[in-house]
Design a protein around this ligand. Sequence first.
Ligand code: ATP
Ligand code: MG
Length: 820
Amino acid sequence: MSRDLEHQLNPEQWEAVRHGEGPQLVLAGAGTGKTRVITHRVAWLIAERGVEPWRIAGVTFTNKAATEMRERVEKLLGGSTEVFLGTFHRFALRLLRRYGERVGLPRGFAILDTSDQLAVMKRALEAAQLDDSVFAPRAVLSRVSSAKNRLLGPAELERESSGFFEQGVVRAYSSYQRLLRESGGADFDDLIALAVRLLEQEEELGERMRRRLRYLLVDEFQDTNHAQLRLIETLAGRGGNLTAVGDEDQGIYRWRGAELDNILEFERHFPGAVVRKLERNYRSTQTILDASGHLVSHNVSRRGKKLWTETTGGDPVRVYRARDEADEARWIVRTLRGAHDALSYRQMAVLMRTNSQTRVLEEELMRHQVPYHLVAGTRFYERAEVKDVVAYLRVVRTPQDNLSLRRILNTPPRGIGKATQNTLFQEADELGHSLWDVLRLERFGGLSPRAANALRGFRDLVLELRSCSAELDLGELVERILERTGYEALYRKDDDEARARLENLRELVSAAQEFAEDYGEGHPAFLSASAPPSSPEARSAQGSLLAPSAAQTAAGAAVAVPARALPGSEDPESGDAPASRGPLAALDDSGEVEEDDPLTSFLDYVSLVSDTDALAADRGVSLMTLHAAKGLEFALVCVAGLEDGLIPHFNSVSEDEVEEERRLLYVGMTRARQRLMLSSCQRRRVAGRYQDQHPSPFLDELPAELLEVEDGTVPAIAPAASGVYTYFGRAPHTSSAPRGEPPDWLRRDGPPRTPRPAAAPEGLAADLPLERGQGVRHPTLGSGVILDVEGSGENAKLTVFFERGGKRRLIAKYAGLRPR
Ligand code: ATP
Ligand code: MG
C-alpha cells in the first residue's frame, strides 16, 4: 500500500502525506494536488499507520467536495470507511446533536435557513421597536452573521459599537437570539459558534475530543473564518496533528467573514508548523496556467508562487463577445456540442457569477437536447411548498419546534385565522411554554368554540402523523402528510403553478424515499459524515423513523425534553471505542449512544444542503456559480458573463473587494483541464430591459497572445474578417499566426479595426407593417424578410430570415427593424 501511495505522488506531496506529528500547512496553487494530499494522507494513516478511522476527520466547505473526498479515500482503501469526511457545519451539527443541551439547545433543535432567519429578524426588530425601513432585516442579519463569525455575542458586540445604527443592530441581535432560543432553533452561524462554545466551556469534553480525534485535516483553509479557525484550534490543540491545505489566491469567502490572515499567518496560530509548497500543477495546460496566473498576479495581497506543468502548450483560451445573452448561450452551446466529439458532457461546466444567468442558457441547452444539471440555483428546499412539508416533518419529529409549527398552523388553510394565532402566541408567551404545549393543554380560554375546534383538529393531525411515523418509511411519511394535510387536493388543479408545486412535492417524496433507501444500506445519501447505524439495536430501530426514545413517546402528547446525563467516564487512551462509528459517536461509548434516526438525519441533510449542492445526480454539463466550483475540475470550462458589473460585481467597490473578484475568476479559470472559454455580452437584459455592458476589466489583464478572440457583435460579412477582432485594445492570438505574434491585420498599428456596429435602436418603427413577407432591415444582420408574426404590436414575436444571419426569432420592440 505504502509503495502504491508513494507512486501516486510526487516527492513533495509524499512528504506531506507521511508528515509525522505536529501541524503542517500545504500552501500551493490550484491543481497542485492539495486535496490529493489530504485523501492520500487519510489512506496512509489508516493503511500504514494503523490509525483507527474514527480518530481522523477531514473537513471541507461544501457537501459536494466532501462527497468527492470520500469517494477518493474509499477508492484508495478499497472499501467504505467511517472516517469523518464532511463540512464544518456537518461536523458542528454532529457534535451539537449529542451535546447541544449543554449550550442551551433543545433536543431535536431546528436549523433555520435564510428565509426563516429573515422572518425571525423581522419579529426581532418589531420586538426591539426598531423601524425596519431604517434597519433593513437583511442588512442587520448580515451584521449579526459577521458578529457570530467573529464569535461575538450581543454583549461583546455592544462593546465595540457606537452610534445609532450600530447600537440598534446590537438590540436587534439580542432580541433575535432571544427569539431563536424561545423557538428552539439555531441558524447556520450558530452551529459553528455553539460548537466552539461547547468545546471551550466544557473543558473535559474538549479535552476528550482532542484525545479522541488525533488527526485533523482541513481542505480550502484559505476560506476559514475566525469561528472556524477557533473550532480547528480547539479540536487540534496548538501543537496538534493538523494538516491544513490551501491557496491564498483562491480565497473567495471574505464577504462571509473568511480571513485570509488565517492562512497568511498560519505559523502564528500553530507554532512549530511546517509549511510546504507544491509547485507542479497536474490539472491544466500551460496556456490555462499562464493565463490564470497572469490574471491573479495583479493582486497585491498574496504570497506569490510559481506553477509549472508538464502539459506544455494547449489550445488558446477562447474569448467570445456576444451581442446579448441569447447569442452568448447559442455560442456556448454550439461550442459545447462541437467539443462533444472528444469529451463527454459530464466533463464540461459553465460557470457564472450569479444564479440568474442560468435561465437563458438552460433554454438553449434544452432546445438542443444537451443534458445538463444545475449545481446551484435550484434551491429546491427553499420552495415554499417544499418548506411547508419539511416543516410538517420537523413538527412530527419535534412538536416543540415553534418556528415550524407557526409555519404550518394554518397551511394549508384550516380556519385558524390571524386572531386565533395571536391568542395562541400570547398564551405561549405568558405560560413560557411552547406553542405545542398550549395546544396539548388546550389553553384555549377566550377563543370561540369554532376556533378552539380548529386548533384541536390541527393538534390531532400532528398526533396522528407522529404515531403513524413509527410504522412508515420516510417516503411514505411524506406521502401521508401530503394526503392528510390536503396538499395533494390543494394542488391537484388545472393550472401550471399548481402542477409545478405538486411536482415539487412529488420530488420531495422521491428524495425522502431515496434517502431512506440509502440510509437502510448504511450510506445516507450525500451525508458522507453520517456513520451508518451499526449496533443491532440501531439496526432494529431502523424500521421506525424516530429514535427509540422519540418513537416511544410518539403516540402520547407529552414529550418532555429529558435532561441528558453526562457521559460516563472512559479511558480516552484505551482506544476501545466502537470501531464502527465516527469520531463523534465514539465519544459516547459510555453506552448512551443515540444513533441518529432516519428522520432526523434527513432533516439535517435538508438543512445542510447549501446552494452548492445538486439535488439531481450529476448528469451532463454542470451549470454552477463560480463560488460553487471551488475544488472541482472539468476538461472544458466556460466562464460566462465576463462583464463589468457582473465580475467584478457591482457591489465590489474597494480594491480589496475587486481583488476578491479577481480571485473568483482565477478559481473559475483554474477549474479547466484542457479547454477554457470566456464569454461576455455587449448588452444584457436586466429586469426586462436591455442594458449596455462593458467587458470585464479582467479580460484586459489576460495575456493577449494566449487568447483567440471572436466577436459576435460584428456581422459576418466576408470570411476574411470572420468577426474576429480585439475589443479590449490588445491583439489576440489566432491559430493561423505563430504564438505571440498576432496577424498583421490585428496589430494595434495595423489596419483599423472593424467598427463596432451601433446598438439596435429600441422600439418598434411606426412605419413597419408586421406582416409575413414584409422586407426589413436590421442594424447588424442586414436585410431580411418576416416569415412569421406571433401576437401584435411592439410585443409581437417575429421570425425573420436574414441574408446574413439566417432565421432568427426577435421581439418587435427590441429588434430595431426598419422597413426595407
Ligand atoms: P484546487 O486548488 O483547485 O483545490 P488541488 O491542489 O486540491 O486543486 P487536486 O484536486 O488534488 O488539486 O489535484 C488536481 C488534479 O491533479 C487531480 O485530477 C489530481 O488527481 C491530479 N494530481 C494531483 N497530484 C498528482 C500526481 N502526483 N500524479 C498524478 N496526478 C495528480
Ligand atoms: Mg482541492
